[in-house]
Write a protein that binds this ligand. Structure first.
Ligand code: MG
Length: 357
């Protein structure tokens, strides 16, 4: 099989409202869709959702890089995914979102060729994934209202709460949320690099009292020493997770070796797609660590790929693949991929991603 044509199209759908995290505000919901055509009539789809302050890519730079890949892939065997990554890595360093779009489209093609859903292609057998929903930073009152809506109206029972600008506000928001939703709802937090070691240790003690399961990326992305120190000094039951620190399998290996985390948050846009995402999960499994798959402002194309990775890998025990529900109307309008009921996502038994564009 050979790739004959590559198309890149912008996907735009408005967000319900801007999404604030400690490190920035996500106002832009645009992404690039790639369609890869083959000489066997199979077409694969993928998606790139760059966020400048996470992957160092803007929509414009991502497009330029994708154009370079599009030319390089003409005549390529789409089943050669390892070779495809080697080729892309030789063209340009980083640029995880651009690489991810092509990676996902190649797995979609492989699934269609073999007649298997992507999660089965990756070794999974159970299509059901239990997903959380995220509450952005706002006033503690508004965050409490969001939690009540998600739990009591929408049926979610795992909340991820964004914190990291003001510890006092974080504690107040989490206290209100816990009081509102009761003890059965699981809560994890994401500080998006907003604390230092001292603040984080203080925060963890307070969060433990509020029944918080896990705390994500307390420290700046580059601070592996601090992350190891925090792990060593954390005497609470709150598990520590790294997100912005872990882009590649090399980052995961380093963090595992230094004892920097209990969990890694794998995002396909950071690591360049399923090929390296699976490697991070395998590194975690070998090191006795856990993983979650998270997302950027992604639509259902890459979300389905991310959920497929969760379904396939033993070490991935948490899922934070919620971004497509933050578009206006609580859906991105893309058909297929998965069905959902509250936080329970079920992947479709269709070849490839099962996405219909
Ligand atoms: Mg995060």
């Amino acid at each position: 099989m050979k790739i004959t044509k590559v198309e890149i199209e912008k996907f735009s759908a408005p967000l319900e409202e801007p999404f604030r995290v400690a490190f920035g505000v996500i106002e832009d919901s645009d992404s690039w869709t790639v369609k890869i055509y083959t000489d066997e009539g199979i077409c694969g789809v993928g998606s790139a959702a760059p966020i400048g302050f996470v992957t160092g890519e803007t929509m414009e730079t991502c497009y330029l890089v994708m154009k370079m890949f599009a030319e390089a892939f003409i005549g390529w065997d789409p089943m050669d995914i390892a070779g495809a990554h080697e080729m892309m890595d030789h063209i340009i360093y980083g640029n995880g979102s651009a690489k991810c779009a092509f990676d996902i489209a190649l797995y979609d093609i492989m699934g269609k060729k073999k007649g298997l859903p992507v999660y089965r292609l990756l070794g999974g057998t159970n299509p059901v994934v239990h997903n959380d929903i995220t509450i952005g930073i706002n006033t503690p009152e508004k965050m409490q209202q969001a939690a009540e809506k998600f739990v009591f109206q929408k049926g979610f029972d795992i909340l991820k709460v964004k914190v990291g600008i003001s510890l006092e506000d974080d504690i107040e928001a989490l206290t209100r949320i816990r009081r509102s939703v009761g003890d059965k709802v699981r809560i994890r937090i994401d500080a998006n690099q907003g604390y230092n070691v001292e603040t984080a240790l203080r925060a963890l003690k307070e969060f433990e009292k509020l029944g918080v399961d896990a705390a994500e990326q307390c420290l700046p992305w580059w601070d592996f020493d601090g992350a190891a120190e925090l792990m060593a000094k954390n005497t609470t039951s709150v598990k520590l997770m790294l997100d912005e620190s872990i882009h590649t399998p090399h980052d995961a290996r380093r963090a595992a070796k230094l004892g920097c985390a209990d969990f890694f948050n794998i995002k396909l846009m950071k690591c360049g797609g399923l090929y390296y995402g699976a490697q991070i999960a395998d590194i975690a499994e070998a090191a006795g660590l856990g993983c979650m798959v998270g997302c950027m402002q992604e639509n259902k194309i890459s979300i389905t790929a991310g959920v497929s990775l969760v379904a396939a890998k033993k070490a991935i025990v948490e899922a934070d693949c919620d971004s497509f529900m933050f578009y206006k109307g609580e859906d991105d309008g893309i058909e297929g991929g998965l069905t959902r009921e509250g936080g329970i996502f079920t992947l479709l038994e269709k070849p490839g991603l099962g996405i219909e564009l």
